[in-house]
Write a protein that binds this ligand. Structure first.
Ligand code: PAF
Length: 283
């Protein structure tokens, strides 16, 4: 596996592949890789000749009181895992390669309609930071396709919208959430959980499954489903940001005619803020 740290080397490598007519897949990450990332890379491997993975803890998507400084950074272990997974290249830039001197954040990508709701309400500016860095990374890697986890469902929806609205020529592939045996969605932030908080954490998956069954059985009292789910998480010791039933195509409140739902939640316990979701197709 080739490790590159500067954009010139990345571009030269990708150009050589392109000249040979090779198809390039991209998996953007913030590192501290786990089996969920492994699955994204394995999917990318099946869909293209070359797989590029980036590791960049993007300062622009963290709020002033968030965990940018504490975010786990494990580059040596990450590189070993990626080599095992047969990734072709790891792009691990420092901040100046992505935000050169003089970049004042005055050029950015924003989708307010999708970015200011749900997690965006609690993390102002987060999705602007995500969308901006993802477009920058797309412009640097120039992949044919990029793989993102469905655990960050709002992020995935925003990226799909940006790609469609800006006519970017990259195919976006969503990958199902990887879970621990007790249902907890895999996440780098799970390492913030104490033993007691870890024991409580599967309540999130459980509450989502109950809500899913309500929708599947024809219940359309969305407010009640949200209250029940949020109440279960509060009872399990979480401080709730939201538990919401939405139309999965646009993240807006569903109507009686909606048939494709997503139930999303974000809740805090101890030092961790956990997110998860489940999609429900109902007739
Ligand atoms: O999902 C993530 O890890 C990040 O938000 C991403 C897409 C790598 C952008 O920094």
């Amino acid at each position: 596996m080739n490790t590159v740290t500067v954009r010139g080397d990345l571009r030269a490598m990708v150009r050589a592949w392109r000249l040979r007519g090779e198809r390039i897949a991209f998996v953007p990450t913030m590192g501290n890789l786990h089996a969920g990332h492994g699955d994204l890379v394995a999917r990318a491997r099946k869909l293209a000749d070359r797989v590029v993975v980036s590791i960049f803890v993007n300062p622009m998507q963290f709020g002033p009181n968030e965990d940018f400084a504490q975010y786990p950074r494990t580059p040596t272990e990450d590189a070993a895992l990626l080599a095992k997974l047969s990734a072709d290249a790891l792009y691990i830039p420092d901040a100046t390669d992505i935000y050169p001197a003089g970049y004042e954040h005055s050029t950015f990508i924003d989708v307010p309609e999708l970015s200011n709701i749900l997690c965006g309400e609690f993390r102002p500016g987060h999705f602007r930071g995500v969308a901006t860095v993802v477009v920058k990374l797309f412009n640097l890697v120039t992949p044919d396709l990029a793989v993102f986890g469905e655990k960050d469902f709002q992020q995935l929806t925003i990226i799909r919208r940006v790609v469609a609205d800006l006519c970017l020529s990259v195919e976006i592939v969503g990958a199902p959430t990887m879970r621990e045996r007790d249902g907890l969605a895999m996440s780098s932030r799970n390492r913030y959980l104490s033993a007691t908080d870890r024991a409580a954490a599967p309540a999130i998956h459980k509450a989502l499954q109950i809500a899913r069954r309500r929708l599947e059985s024809g219940n359309r009292d969305f407010a009640n489903i949200e209250q029940e789910g949020g109440g279960a998480l509060t009872a399990a010791g979480f401080s709730l940001d939201y538990f919401a039933v939405r139309d999965s195509r646009n993240l807006q409140a569903p109507s009686a005619a909606t048939t494709e739902f997503v139930i999303l939640t974000a809740a805090r316990i101890g030092k961790a803020r956990l997110i998860d979701n489940v999609c429900v197709a109902a007739s």
